[in-house]
Design a protein around this ligand. Structure first.
Ligand code: S3P
Length: 170
């Protein structure tokens, strides 16, 4: 069945933006990135939005943009931010609006990837980022796992993850 939009969900560093671009190209669909759309609209970085108005204000803006993106195209691939499904009942919204795919990566693999990408992520800007990421993952896992499709991206190359994703979503 053709679903209008494909929403990629998962933790920071799970490859939503990179694989999302590849998936969109493979399916011949436009690609939209939620964090990028927020930065474009507000002319601010995600890190500075976390400082002011703060995380709650950021989440409200994120939920609003998540509902705007599907109105821009008839169909598209949308990479969401890691926390988006956790607020304003957005997981249910995405499930009602299209197909959801969880890019699943367990903690060790995730930590390896995040180590080099901490600078632009406010939730990782603390010395105990590994423990807090683990806590976030255990809080989020059951919500992510409501997704229509789950793709395990650990232990394989990005090219193989992309192939798997395309096969499951074509
Ligand atoms: C967040 C993930 C980030 C970004 C913000 C908060 C989170 O997006 O929205 O830093 O709560 O996990 P990515 O998952 O694209 O890194």
């Amino acid at each position: 069945m053709e679903s209008p939009h494909i929403f990629l969900v998962g933790m920071m560093g799970s490859g939503k933006s990179t694989l999302g671009r590849g998936l969109a190209a493979a399916l011949g669909l436009p690609f939209q990135d939620l964090d990028e759309a927020i930065e474009e609209r507000t002319q601010r970085t995600i890190a500075s939005l976390f400082e002011r108005p703060g995380e709650f204000g950021f989440r409200a803006c994120e939920a609003q943009m998540l509902r705007e993106l599907p109105t821009r195209f008839a169909r598209s691939v949308i990479a969401t931010g890691g926390g988006a499904p956790m607020h304003f009942d957005s997981m249910s919204y995405m499930m009602a609006t299209g197909t959801t795919a969880y890019l699943r990566l367990e903690m060790d693999a995730l930590a390896g990837r995040l180590e080099s990408a901490r600078a632009e992520r406010p939730l990782l800007a603390k010395p105990d980022w590994r423990a807090s990421t683990e806590a976030l993952l255990s809080l989020r896992r059951s919500v992510y796992e409501r997704s229509d499709v789950i793709v395990d991206t650990g232990g394989q190359t990005p090219a193989d993850s992309l192939k798997l994703l395309v096969t499951k979503l074509r």
